[in-house]
Design a protein around this ligand. Structure first.
Ligand code: 7RM
Length: 652
């Protein structure tokens, strides 16, 4: 049957480059061969209860042991039932008890260049004091605390203080509008707001407290607001509602034992935007989430106590929750935390940070890597970044040519790259190379981690053949999975469980190649349908990005009378002349790389692409523009409105 009938996705991209880990890396790695990986994978698959039961007993502190490893019935899943643990305890007290209290937990650098460090002992003291501050404001188990803060140590302190006392945090990225904060506060019935006076971004001071003041006018459930002094800008404080962080901390006791919490107690909610409708509060648990982030951090980053680990995400995203705070800290890792922009004061800031702090593991997003490519190699050449031993990517697919640049220019051809596929909903990494075992292929997230059982099906719910794309689902529960959407069971069922009953629907398309490697093909909604061929956005985009002059590209379909859809690509160029000649060159290039069927009908040059605040290309808005429509739907996550305005203007 043709792919157009089954709803499978055509695979038109061929990528044959293979990068096995060096012998030296394998020798030093905890999982140093494919045999070791396979043994672990099989153990988790064949007897999940035994595997996860033992792992949970080994890795987490239990105030009370669990009696059942996993109960599941479709979407209703519980892990480590009957047990009591505490994430904040596992991140702090447990490391101190193991004799690592004097190890650095956080090396922090502010955008203006100020730095601070906190050992695990010092971090515990701050967390205990702030836990007592929250308790003093009437916060208890199950209360929601809304956090809207800059990337300062206090952001991590606030999160760990919440999980210590069983309060549920809802971290809102500090770039969202007052409206977006109020929406989230109301949906969650937040009781307390934490923020700062301001934050530094590209040398400017952004008045966070002003934004929060506007949000709180429309957040009737919020009773009090705690304000960290960061930028020392003037801000209005409302007597009886607003308190300074440092004043409350002055009198707070540093004694606050972690509260034993049910395994399934909600640890946090994190809002993600659906393409339509109001944002959903993804709900995570205590034990399962903690265990998933702890184990996946060990497996994927091959973490060693000497490592200086830097994840460049913001704590406002799941990547910051799982791989700045909870995963690394429950292992006792030393995390670098950076407050500001990658190009302030100059485009070499990241490499300056890597050099000065001797970073060994760097975990960042393809959108950042594409910007570095565009800014030019000279910014990297200024610095000695040879301390790096491992690189990671997350958030979007990485175009193979961008991957090669990352490998050569940043990794010095010696660092493995872990392309990690996962979602807010999955809690932690699901598919990734293990750096000491897996030979990598540029653009592939390679293989599932132990405990992950993916299945790819077509629209008739039949498993697809090798090298055909379909809907990526998960056939088995894993400890880190979401347990619901806050206050919206119906949407939870519809969105994730109704398409392929009994399986979790990721919303992404993927294919498996002849070696069993997974290739993510983009969101299900983004597929381009040309003359009966269903094409993945990433494959068309990667063909264009492999052209020297292209910096970044987004491909979408627009209505076409004969073909169903035509391919429209939005292209930003490095520094070449954008014009008719380059259009011809690019068409020729795609014809050569993929074939005639993927040659774009429209090539539109642009200075920038519309992205979410976490750096993902918003193809849905480009689809509207390509079709000559007004860009519609939820735009609250859009990072830079001027990009959209400019694209819409170009229409006229
Ligand atoms: C961690 C995070 C999730 C969506 C996911 C994908 C895309 C993320 C990759 C990727 C290809 C990757 N959570 N995505 N990582 N696509 N390769 N390595 O980003 O909830 O914000 O987004 O991001 O579409 O479904 S998220």
């Amino acid at each position: 049957m043709a792919d157009s009938e089954t709803g499978q996705i055509d695979n038109v991209m061929q990528e044959d480059r293979l990068f096995p880990p060096s012998e030296q890396f394998c020798q030093n790695a905890a999982i140093g061969s494919m045999d070791d990986y396979q043994a672990l994978y099989d153990a988790a698959k064949n007897d999940p209860d035994k595997f996860w039961g033992e792992t949970a007993r080994e890795e987490l502190h239990w105030f009370e042991p669990f009696d059942t490893v996993c109960n599941h019935d479709g979407s209703h899943v519980e892990w480590f039932v009957g047990g009591k643990t505490n994430i904040s305890y596992n991140c702090l007290d447990a490391n101190i008890a193991a004799g690592n209290g004097d190890r650095l937990a956080i090396i922090w650098e502010g955008e203006p260049g100020d730095t601070r460090t906190l050992t695990y002992k010092q971090l515990l003291t701050e967390v205990c004091k702030f836990s007592n501050v929250l308790t003093g404001q009437g916060v208890g188990v199950g209360d929601v605390v809304s956090i809207y803060m800059p990337m300062t140590p206090e952001l991590a302190i606030a999160m760990l203080a919440c999980t210590r006392i069983g309060a549920i945090h809802s971290v809102i990225f500090a770039g969202f509008s007052a409206e977006a904060i109020a929406d989230r506060n109301n949906d969650a019935s937040a009781k307390v707001q934490i923020t700062s006076d301001g934050l530094f971004r590209r040398g400017k001071t952004l008045p966070l407290k002003d934004t929060v003041n506007a949000a709180l006018e429309k957040s009737p459930t919020v009773e009090c607001c705690i304000v960290l002094q960061r930028a020392k800008n003037d801000c209005a404080m409302q007597a009886g509602r607003d308190y300074w962080w440092h004043e409350l901390m002055e009198d707070a006791s540093a004694d606050c034992p972690a509260l034993p919490l049910d395994s399934e107690a909600t640890s946090f909610i994190l809002y993600t935007s659906g393409s339509t409708g109001k944002p959903k509060g993804i709900r995570h648990t205590t034990a399962g989430y903690n265990l998933w982030t702890k184990k996946t951090f060990q497996w994927v980053f091959d973490w060693k106590p000497e490592d200086i680990y830097w994840c460049t995400a913001d704590c406002g995203w799941i990547t910051g929750h799982s791989y700045i705070v909870y995963g690394p800290m429950s292992n006792g890792a030393t995390c670098l935390m950076y407050e500001g922009a990658p190009n302030h004061p100059a485009p070499d800031r990241f490499w300056d940070v890597v050099q000065r702090h001797k970073v060994t593991i760097l975990y960042t997003a393809p959108t950042a890597i594409r910007a570095f490519v565009k800014w030019g190699d000279e910014h990297i050449d200024k610095h000695d970044i040879s301390s790096l031993r491992l690189l990671g990517t997350v958030g979007e697919g990485i175009n193979p040519d961008t991957w090669i640049w990352y490998h050569e220019k940043i990794g010095g051809e010696k660092c493995p790259i872990v392309d990690t596929w996962w979602q807010t909903e999955t809690g932690g990494i699901m598919m990734s190379p293990l750096p000491g075992a897996t030979a990598t292929k540029p653009g592939s997230c390679t293989l599932p981690l132990p405990g992950v059982v993916p299945v790819i099906v077509d629209e008739g719910l039949h498993p697809v053949e090798t090298n055909h794309g379909g809907m990526l689902c998960m056939a088995q529960p894993w400890p880190g999975m979401l347990r619901g959407i806050w206050g919206d069971e119906k949407r939870f069922q519809e969105q994730y469980w109704s398409t392929f009953p009994g399986n979790y629907l990721t919303g992404d398309n993927a294919r498996v190649d002849d070696d069993g490697y997974y290739w993510i093909m983009g969101r299900i909604d983004d597929v381009i349908n040309v003359s009966g061929h269903r094409l993945s956005t990433i494959e068309v985009e990667s063909a264009l990005v492999s052209h020297d002059k292209v910096a970044e590209c987004a491909a979408v379909g627009r209505p076409h009378d004969l073909k169903g859809q035509a391919i429209c690509v939005f292209v930003t160029v490095k520094d070449a002349q954008a014009g008719e000649a380059l259009r011809d060159e690019l068409r020729l290039h795609v014809r050569k790389e993929i074939g005639a069927l993927a040659v774009p009908d429209d090539i539109r040059f642009t200075d920038g692409l519309p992205k979410t605040r976490s750096g993902k290309i918003m193809r849905r808005l480009l689809r509207d523009i390509a079709a000559g429509r007004q860009a519609a739907g939820d735009v609250s996550t859009l990072e830079d409105f001027s990009v959209l305005a400019k694209l819409s203007e170009d229409q006229e």
